[in-house]
Write a protein that binds this ligand. Structure first.
Ligand code: GTP
Ligand code: MG
Length: 196
């Protein structure tokens, strides 16, 4: 359970992040997928992380200290088409350098909009994580936007696609920031793994 959540700082490069002395978990995924919203829903604080209907809102690495025990990190989205190519490259560099150099990073949560069929950019990113030895889980977002068994159907399609490339599938979570759904499962995973 999240008892306290406190914004620590925004960093423009991995070298500026807080000292890596606590376990850290990061939310990553395409722009607008709902990273910042899910952090707010899990912390039960509406304006902890800044959200927007316009993609590209989060542009820095944002550190939140949870229960005075571990860091939750909100990252800029990848693959935002409307920024210039060079700016997109800058974001990608910021993200990849952070991931590869952040020694206290325990797990990445890769957020995927549950409404869409598997997108190459996400598959490529997870492939890169695998090749780089970065542990990750998949978090499907915006489940409240689907009716009936469409959510389950889409996650099954995802599972099948992943099985083409992976022998072992990562943990998967279905969430909705709107309905505050799925956050507890993510938190219990974190609580199980956040001892150094
Ligand atoms: P960037 O910082 O731009 O990379 O985006 P982000 O991934 O942090 O997305 P953000 O949390 O800002 O949410 C983007 C939009 O999706 C906002 O308009 C949110 O209100 C909406 N949204 C996020 N999560 C949910 C959800 O679970 N359900 C619904 N219906 N809308 C959501
Ligand atoms: Mg954001």
């Amino acid at each position: 359970m999240i008892k306290t959540a406190e914004f620590i700082k925004s960093s423009g490069k991995w070298q500026d992040c807080p000292d890596p002395v606590l376990p850290e978990y990061a939310f990553i995924g395409r722009s607008n997928v709902g990273k910042s919203s899910l952090i707010n829903a899990m912390a039960n604080k509406k304006d902890l992380a800044k959200t927007s209907q316009t993609p590209g809102k989060t542009q820095l690495i944002n550190h939140f200290l949870i229960n005075e025990e571990w860091y939750l990190t909100d990252l800029p989205g990848y693959g935002y088409a409307k920024v210039s190519k060079s700016l997109r490259k800058d974001f990608e560099k910021l993200i990849t350098q952070y991931i590869l150099n952040r020694t206290n990073l325990v797990n990445l949560f890769v957020l995927i909009d549950i409404r869409h069929s598997p997108q190459q950019i996400d598959l490529d990113f997870m492939q890169w994580c695998g090749e780089s030895g970065i542990p990750f889980s998949i978090v499907f977002t915006k489940a409240d936007k689907l009716r009936g068994n469409a959510a389950v159907k889409n996650t099954e399609e995802y599972r099948k696609k992943m099985e083409e490339f992976w022998d072992e599938l990562p943990p998967m979570y279905i969430t909705s920031a709107e309905k505050k759904q799925g956050g507890d499962e993510i938190l219990s995973f974190i609580e199980k793994t956040n001892q150094f």
